[in-house]
Design a protein around this ligand. Structure first.
Ligand code: NAP
Length: 304
């Protein structure tokens, strides 16, 4: 049996509770992972609250991102590059219901955790990290570009902004004033989001690309500044994409190979990926409450 976070009805963080669930031996191509860190994402909260509708039966498990140790491998369980998975391997990835002591995952979706990457960092990387990689795969930028990143202190935006800096672009990022020093520390020029963003951006010269990693504010600013729709991409611009003609983030780059590469870049110190807070599994309600409140930049991580 495995202790897992569950909910029987949609609602706030308080609907979550812990219970024992049965865990079966992993099937073909699957592995069982002892979870040491499970990063929380806004997506998890949107599913739990009912903001994203689901027909899945209750009780539902919660979570997706995880890092941990393989404790059983099914027949034919191999990594994306064909290497067999071994019991004891340290891995990271995504699987439904990861806020639990143990989770079953497809071996081909896993990345191997670099020894120097803390497990709490690895445990919150898959969703936000691969979304950021996908933003740049959807709209590549480089030297000569001035990129506006909306929500640049968020988990996705912070990685996307750094990837753009490393690609040679000039990067302007929107964030609360409390996060401006953090943005400067990775080579991003900060600007406060909110009313009159487009007017504030005039001081930065011509914007050539927009990554909206929060909602649609940055897209609207891009439109006001005359950025071409096909030079704008968004990850959470509900309803605005067709209206504006910007790209939705594509999914092709969400691969285990890219996850392992990104994990290596973070382990090497090339990309900064902070953890804001960690909570034991018993405090899963507090962890989600923190995620859904204004918190320090970085991931909220449960450590079962
Ligand atoms: N399409 C996809 O595949 C995909 C994948 C991952 C995430 N998402 C979505 O993308 C969004 C961001 O995810 P995340 O994991 O990066 O969230 P996160 O780590 O919780 O960050 C959210 C950030 O939003 C910023 N913010 C708040 N109000 C803002 C505004 N009006 N304008 C600009 N920024 C604002 C905050 O910045 P300050 O702290 O500086 O105030 C905060 O850092 C969520 O809606 C999530 O569901 C979509």
């Amino acid at each position: 049996m495995t202790r897992a976070a569950l909910y029987d009805t949609t609602g706030g963080p308080e609907v979550l509770y812990l219970a024992e669930v049965a865990d079966a031996a992993p099937g073909d191509g699957k592995v069982s992972v002892r979870v040491h860190a499970a990063g929380l994402n806004p997506f998890d909260a949107k599913m739990r609250s009912g903001f994203i509708p689901s027909e899945a039966p209750f009780p539902r498990r919660i979570g997706g991102d995880f890092a941990g140790t393989v404790d059983a491998a099914g027949p034919g369980a191999v990594y994306f590059d064909g290497t067999p998975v071994a019991v004891g391997d340290e891995v990271l990835g995504r699987a439904n219901g990861a806020v639990a002591e143990r989770v079953t995952a497809a071996a081909s979706d896993l990345a191997r955790r670099p020894a120097t990457l803390p497990v709490e960092v690895a445990g919150g990387l898959h969703v936000a990290g691969l979304t950021a990689v996908s933003v740049l795969a959807t709209l590549p930028v480089g030297a000569g570009d001035t990129v506006l990143v909306g929500g640049a202190a968020g988990a996705v935006g912070f990685v996307a902004a750094q990837l753009a800096v490393h690609a040679g672009a000039r990067v302007i990022g929107t964030a609360s004033a409390r996060n401006h020093e953090l943005l400067r520390s990775v080579g991003v020029e900060p600007v406060v989001y909110g009313d009159d963003l487009a007017a504030r951006l005039q001081a930065f010269g011509t914007v050539t690309a927009v990554f909206d990693c929060h909602g649609r504010d940055a897209l609207d600013a891009g439109v006001a500044l005359g950025v071409a729709p096909d030079r704008m991409v968004a990850i959470a611009a509900y309803g605005a994409l067709e209206e504006i003609g910007a790209h939705n983030v594509e999914r092709a780059a969400r691969t285990a190979a890219n996850l392992e590469k990104l994990a290596g870049r973070i382990a090497a110190g090339e990309i900064v990926y902070p953890v804001a807070e960690t909570y034991p599994l018993d405090e899963v309600v507090a962890a989600f409450t923190a995620l859904e409140s204004s918190h320090a930049p970085g991931k909220v991580v449960v450590t079962p």
